[in-house]
Each structure stands twice: as C-alpha cells, then as structure tokens.
Design a protein around this ligand. Structure first.
Ligand code: NI
Length: 135
C-alpha cells in the first residue's frame, strides 16, 4: 500500500455563529470569531490517496487527475469565497476547520479515480491543522 499526497491552497473568509444559540452565548463561545463581517485564512489542503501501485503505470493515482478533481470540487467552490454565504453546506453548519475538512472529504469522495481517499488534512495556519479520515 502506497500513500500519495497532493497539496493545494485556497484563501477564504468565514465567521462562527450558531443560530440555535443567543447572541450572548455565541459571543461567549466564539468571541471575536463571531463577528459577522468575517476574517480570512490562507488554507493549505493536503489530500492523501492510498492504493496499490499499478504495475502498468507505476502509479497509485494519476496526479494530474487528482489535481483536477481538487480544483473542480474544492478550489472553484471555496477559493476567495465567504464560506458562510457562498458554500451552501455552510449555511447549515459552522465553517470551522473541522467542518471544512469534512465538507472537502464529502466533495472528493467517489471522485478519486484509482486508489482510495485516505485523509483530508486542512491547515488553517502553519501551526494548526485538522485531519479527517471519513468517519
Ligand atoms: Ni478563522
């Protein structure tokens, strides 16, 4: 089994708010992250695919295909977007790093040609990242 990782980057803005909670509770939990005008991040995304090396091609997955799927499913949808308003999933759930990683998984799952989606790693900053393995 070989693990192959492709990196991509995108910039997006967001804020944290739970409509089921009152303004004071939102403020207490999220602090300045609750500001509805939002703030931005330069996200770094590592998508890892695992599989056996195809003896015919020497590859687990065609990396240009993988790059294209990430471009189509993630970058087009999220780069330079206000996530809370421009990505439909985040009208329902809070666009934390955790939830963005899960949404990226949902968008990529089943779209990886050869190999299996293994991990979505999303860096919000250089010293903070979330790993999601699909469960
Ligand atoms: Ni943030």
């Amino acid at each position: 089994m070989v693990y192959v990782t492709r990196r991509a980057e995108f910039s997006a803005s967001h804020f944290y708010h739970n409509p089921d909670l009152g303004p004071e509770e939102n403020q207490r939990i999220f602090g300045k992250l609750n500001n509805p005008h939002g703030h931005g991040h330069n996200y770094v995304l590592d998508v890892t695919v695992r599989g056996d090396v195809d003896t015919r091609t020497g590859m687990v997955v065609d990396l240009k295909d993988l790059k294209q799927v990430i471009e189509d499913e993630v970058i087009q949808a999220m780069d330079h977007r206000f996530l809370n308003e421009e990505v439909p999933a985040f009208r329902e759930i809070i666009p934390t790093t955790e939830n963005i990683a899960r949404e990226i998984w949902r968008r990529l799952e089943g779209r990886i040609g050869a190999g299996q989606l293994h991990r979505v790693r999303l860096y919000e900053t250089a010293d903070l990242y979330v790993d999601y393995y699909g469960e």
